[in-house]
Design a protein around this ligand. Structure first.
Ligand code: S3P
Length: 431
């Protein structure tokens, strides 16, 4: 679907962004692993998170929806049912990487996961390696791609150093650790989002963080009761970026998840002199079972270029395309390094961002592990191909609102992976 975005005169109004995708995936998965029913309030309905509900149902959980509450009646930690056929994860990398953590502990049962063409190019050796160390047996195409088959077994506790900071891999090991035979420790080179840790703590699991390491003790059961899902900062980032770029804009964002590990983009935007006001969570050494929420006031202001440090990358990983877009309008250079992971997202996001923005008139270079933008000139406009990637489609839309001549996004339907109401929301704010 081609959609045209004309230059906007300024975005104004209020927005409650859609529910958090990462927290929704985790709530459904932990709900399926729990002993008692779990009520999830404000679950995200999107292609990715609907795939997770379908997956847990295929594994024996019961899912019931009433108003804005989804109740998941799980099977317990070790009782997932072997489904008749492969589990279809669609486009959802988080489902592909987290679910095997639970399945690895299902002794004597096997599960195959597969998905779309984008999922089939996303590496799974990063989860297969630690799960094998724990005692599971994993087969993957060419050793590292879906389809992936998990043969569950009795698991041992491990200490594992992640080669790269990844919340998906960390979470996979933590889920497997619940059914292992002792305390498992996972260390990351730098912090990544901690929604799994918070939800496990909320579920009564013994879990602690020391620096960049998390230790979880095996559990007999998980008892969660109620999980509220705040609005997704990664989805909100599109309207926020549009506001920062289009003169005359002023936006109030309501009910936003304000977890420190998800605020990297807002910290970078503030450093670029974007006007962002709100009570964001500070960095804590102790884990909290809560997901903080805030309202945010955002307004246009002329931007300055910035250097994004490698340790900031995991905390803003999904918003880095927007950092490149802000960079096109900022005075001076904006450089992102240490972000080689972007190459294995829903698309090769270094290539799709650089080629996409260059096609709209940007002065941007691809680096092996990031990009460098020389800003100040803004964007002319033109046509951008979403390449099947939701975040590239929505970046293209924002580029159109801020451009001189407007932008046509080719493949706008990709937005439904995380933000099905994106067009409605952005149109209600722009004039
Ligand atoms: C996610 C973690 C990140 C992120 C993805 C969601 C999660 O992936 O890019 O969109 O929910 O854990 P990595 O763990 O691969 O960095």
């Amino acid at each position: 679907m081609d959609v045209r975005f004309d230059p906007s005169r300024g975005l104004t109004g209020e927005l409650t962004p859609p529910a958090d995708k990462s927290i929704s995936h985790r709530a459904a998965l932990l709900g399926a692993m729990a002993a008692e029913p779990v009520r999830i309030v404000n679950y995200l309905h999107s292609a990715d998170t609907d795939a997770t509900l379908a997956a847990v149902e295929a594994l024996g959980a019961l899912v019931e929806e009433r108003g804005d509450v989804i109740t998941v009646r799980g099977t317990g930690l070790r009782e997932a049912r072997e489904p008749d056929g492969p589990i279809d994860v669609g486009n959802a990398g988080t489902l592909l990487r987290l679910l095997p953590g639970w399945l690895a502990a299902q002794e004597g049962r096997s599960f195959t996961l597969d998905g779309d063409s984008s999922i089939r190019r996303r590496p799974v050796d990063r989860i297969a390696d630690p799960l094998r160390l724990m005692g599971a047996h994993i087969d993957a195409r060419d050793g590292r791609f879906a389809p992936l088959t998990v043969h569950g077994d009795r698991l041992r506790a491990i200490s594992y150093d992640l080669p790269l900071a990844s919340a998906q891999v960390k979470s996979c090991v933590l889920l497997a650790a619940l059914a292992a035979d002792g305390a498992t420790t996972v260390c990351e080179p730098s912090r990544s989002r901690d929604h799994t840790e918070r939800m496990l703590l909320r579920g009564g699991v013994s879990i602690e963080r020391h620096g960049n390491c998390v230790t979880v003790v095996n559990a007999d059961e998980l008892v969660l009761d109620r999980v509220p899902v705040p609005a997704d900062p990664s989805s909100a980032a599109f309207a926020i970026a549009a506001c920062l770029l289009v003169p005359g804009s002023r936006l109030l964002v309501r009910g936003l998840g304000a977890n420190w590990t998800r605020m990297g983009f807002l910290r970078i935007a503030k450093r670029m002199r974007g006007i962002v006001v709100g009570e964001l969570e500070g960095e804590h050494s102790l884990l909290s079972p809560e997901e903080p929420v805030c309202d945010l006031d955002v307004a246009y202001g002329p931007l300055e270029g910035t250097y994004v440090e490698p340790e900031e990358v995991p905390l803003a990983i999904d918003e880095l395309p927007l950092v490149a877009l802000l960079g096109c309008f900022a005075e001076g250079e904006t450089v992102v390094r240490g972000a080689g992971e972007l190459r294995v997202k829903e698309s090769d996001r270094i290539a799709t961002v650089v080629e996409g923005l260059r096609g709209l008139g940007a002065d941007i270079e691809a680096l092996q592990d990031g990009f460098a933008v020389t800003g100040g000139g803004g964007l002319r406009g033109g046509v951008i191909d979403a390449a099947g990637d939701h975040r590239i489609a929505m970046m293209g839309a924002v580029a159109g609102l801020a451009s001189r001549d407007g932008v046509t996004v080719r493949g706008m339907e990709a937005a439904s992976v995380s933000y099905p109401s994106f067009l409605e929301d952005i149109r209600s704010l722009s004039r």
